[in-house]
Design a protein around this ligand. Structure first.
Ligand code: PLP
Length: 395
């Protein structure tokens, strides 16, 4: 497994934190994690939960109807079928087990679309941990169903009303709470972002997706895919599936949200439109204005509207190992409807960006094998989409 070099991936990542006690705690978390992953009992427990609680391995489904229409073989890695409906549970269970091992009594987390929050609340209910979830007021309204589920599972939802009232501010406040409560709580970040060791920890747990996918794909197709496509918010589902194919001759494609357009403030495509900077204690491509102020990110998919991005993605981009493209709101919504109609699978709006790119790519290449990470299911998005973006406009 490809660990970072002291928290750096090339020029990106690190620990840009000036609080000495917090730095020490981050190093304690790193040490505890290193011990934990070598512990056979932990690995056995994780494997058991992944199989019997989450429902892994998630299948790879050949999307026959979509493939026929677009002239390529399109496959979906069905993370939407996991317990709680997305890939987030893969790292949340790992993070919660780590918290238990470290003797913490509570998990602090943030959420955008509610999927990370829901997965954390689930892991905390299972393992008997307290759970505080920070969530922007705007996202709370969009993902009401997930909020109700988190409350049902026993989590406290802290409504964030600063700034754009979305994911960035939720991370700001969750980090602040962690600074105050780290003696008893573990911060379980929702993606491959934040100061070291958080990106490395999330990457480790998500890599199961790619390892699994590579074996499954070879097993049923006797060859590897030509393309692996995944949406990129912070980048956890993308890193997870990319890692399975990183040493292969497979084109890795991360899909960033172009939202309403290319202008600053209209999208959340940090690699395509950001500049190197520091956000939430790590260095990456950040959406910022000419004076270096971080600007608001926007995407119709609230799990993608983060102005930074995982440091390893910045590195993969810079070294040309992966390519980062964009898909706008309308293209993602069309794909949301199209996958529902053609395959009977309602994708999360985040994942719809990856599906949309597989469709777009099919206009330029033919007879290729495209593996899409279907990171989550769209139940959470249904009311919002149906009420605001009627199908008649998109199909
Ligand atoms: C279903 C789904 N996919 C993707 C994402 C984006 O996160 P990441 O880029 O870390 O995979 C989210 C975030 O909430 C999500 O809910």
């Amino acid at each position: 497994m490809n660990m970072s070099n002291n928290g750096f991936y090339g020029n990106f990542g690190g620990q840009f934190i000036d609080d000495k006690e917090l730095l020490e705690e981050l190093n304690n978390i790193d040490k505890a994690f290193q011990v934990l992953i070598k512990d056979k009992n932990f690995q056995d427990e994780l494997d058991y939960l992944m199989k019997n609680y989450v429902g892994r391995p998630s299948p790879i489904y050949y999307a026959k109807n979509l493939s026929k229409k677009y002239g390529n073989k399109i496959f979906l890695k069905r993370e939407d079928l996991n317990h709680t409906g997305a890939h987030k549970i893969n790292h949340c269970l790992g993070e919660a087990l780590l918290a238990k091992k470290m003797g913490k009594t509570k998990i602090i987390g943030e959420t955008g679309a509610g999927q990370h929050g829901l997965a954390l609340a689930t892991a905390c209910a299972l393992l008997g941990l307290g759970c505080d979830i920070y969530m922007g007021e705007v996202d709370i309204k969009k993902a009401k169903q997930n909020v109700d589920k988190m409350k049902l599972l026993g989590a406290n939802i802290i409504c964030v009303t600063s700034g754009t009232k979305t994911l960035k501010e939720a991370v700001d406040e969750a980090l602040c709470a962690f600074k105050k409560e780290y003696k008893t709580a573990l911060y379980a970040i929702g993606s491959v972002v934040g100061p070291h060791p958080f990106p490395m920890i999330v990457e480790y747990f998500q890599s199961r997706v790619g390892m699994e996918a590579r074996l499954q794909f070879l097993d049923s197709n006797l060859t590897l895919p030509d393309y692996v496509v995944a949406c990129v918010g912070g980048g956890s589902n993308a890193i997870g599936i990319f890692n399975g194919f990183i040493d292969d001759d497979v084109q890795l494609i991360g899909v960033e949200p172009l939202g309403k357009g290319e202008k600053i403030g209209q999208n959340a495509a940090s690699i395509n439109y950001g500049k190197t900077g520091i956000i939430h204690g790590f260095k990456c491509k950040v959406l910022q204005d000419d004076n270096g102020n971080i600007v608001d990110a926007y995407s119709v998919a609230c799990g993608l509207d983060y102005p930074g991005v995982g440091p390893k993605h910045c590195f993969l981009n810079e070294t040309n190992r992966a390519k980062y493209v964009t898909i706008n709101d309308d293209e993602a919504i069309s794909a949301f409807y199209e996958l529902s109609r053609k395959e009977g699978i309602i994708p999360a709006l985040e994942s719809s960006h990856a599906v949309a790119y597989a469709i777009k790519l099919s206009k330029t290449v033919k007879n290729k094998k495209i593996l899409v990470n279907l990171s989550g299911r769209g139940d959470k998005d249904l009311d919002f989409i149906v009420n605001n973006f009627p199908m008649s406009k998109y199909l």
